[in-house]
Design a protein around this ligand. Structure first.
Ligand code: F6P
Length: 322
């Protein structure tokens, strides 16, 4: 095995636009620092199966503007069992990997923390459209997903306004309403429902009815999947408000597409920072964006703080929606 340091990269959990830009940055920064770069296919599943492949500068050509992750991802259950973790450590040792970069969300970080406990040098990068990692100001993919939602909402608004209808737009976010909250603010939603804030059907009806009374031609309700299901809510609102309500579920469209300039820049900076952190001897930490700068926080700090609801953003969205 070569005497050079060998840095491996994997993507795990739900894909997010900008993951490819992060992989590219890891590979190119590793080569620039005279290291070998290796990718692992399909996240932790590929790690356990020993699915490693060598990367060169050209291996990441043409991926910067592509959505998804070209090395594949998975939601691995095996990595959460003792035998899986031991096998993962063994596979990395067999491949002579001296540092690992994992790109994903909090589940990815939990497994990485276990690897760190077992002596693997590992650094995380936050890649998820959910933006549910408090230690970082934002995650790779969140900005692109918001833009996708805003674009879809504008299209829905055209037809909502033409027919003078109320529309519910369901966005992703099982436990965290950040995507609904920020895209709802950016899209000018009249009502935003997030898992963190209890809601009552009467209050939604009242907001919609007040809008109509003021001469509004349509209403847009943005709802996180963890707060309500759009089709059920549409039926309930149609009953309670006395007029037809339509529903749109954006689903996995939100996870796809070419990353925004913001996400590409963020991913490029984070990928490079992760490599330099490993070379500086850091481990057990994730790269974060904090006040426009790169920072490192322990995995535990990243996942153990329950995601904080941004009440002031919610309040602002509701004031501006009037
Ligand atoms: O974690 C990202 C995410 O897109 C969530 O917002 C969503 O609830 C979930 O993944 C969907 O996961 P899957 O694609 O595995 O159904």
């Amino acid at each position: 095995m070569s005497a050079k340091r060998r840095i491996a990269v994997l993507t795990s959990g739900g894909d997010a636009p900008g993951m490819n830009a992060a992989i590219r940055a890891v590979v190119r920064m590793a080569v620039a620092r005279d290291c070998e770069a290796v990718a692992i296919r399909h996240g932790y599943e590929g790690l356990l199966d020993g699915d490693f492949f060598e990367m060169e500068l050209g291996s990441v050509g043409g991926v910067l503007d592509r959505g998804g992750t070209f090395i594949g991802t998975s939601r691995s259950q095996r990595m959460f069992a003792e035998e899986g973790l031991d096998l993962g450590v063994q596979q990395l040792a067999d491949q002579g990997i001296t540092g690992l970069v994992v790109i994903g969300g909090d589940g990815t970080y939990r497994a990485a923390e276990e690897l760190d406990r077992r002596g693997v040098k590992v650094i995380g990068i936050p890649g998820t459209i959910d933006n549910d990692i408090d230690a970082t100001d934002t995650t790779i993919g969140f900005d692109t997903a918001q833009n996708t939602i805003c674009d879809a909402t504008s299209k829905v608004r055209d037809t909502a306004s033409s027919h003078e209808r109320t529309f519910i737009i369901e966005v992703m976010g099982r436990t965290c309403g950040m995507l609904a909250l920020y895209s709802g603010l950016a899209a000018g939603a009249d009502v935003i429902l997030v898992p963190e804030v209890p809601w009552k059907i009467e209050d939604i009806c009242q907001s919609v009815s007040q809008g109509i009374a003021r001469g509004k031609k349509h209403s847009i309700i943005v709802v996180a999947e963890g707060a309500a299901h759009a089709f059920g809510l549409a039926e309930d609102l149609t009953q309670s408000c006395g007029h037809q309500v339509r529903a749109v579920v954006l689903g996995h469209i939100q996870r796809g597409g070419s990353p925004s300039a913001f996400d590409r820049t963020l991913a490029s900076r984070m990928g490079a920072t992760a490599v330099d952190a490993l070379l500086a001897g850091e481990s057990g930490k994730a790269v974060c964006l904090q006040n426009a700068d790169m920072a490192l926080e322990t995995f535990a700090t990243c996942y153990s703080h329950h995601h904080e609801m941004k009440q002031h953003i919610y309040d602002l969205a509701m004031v501006l929606a009037r």
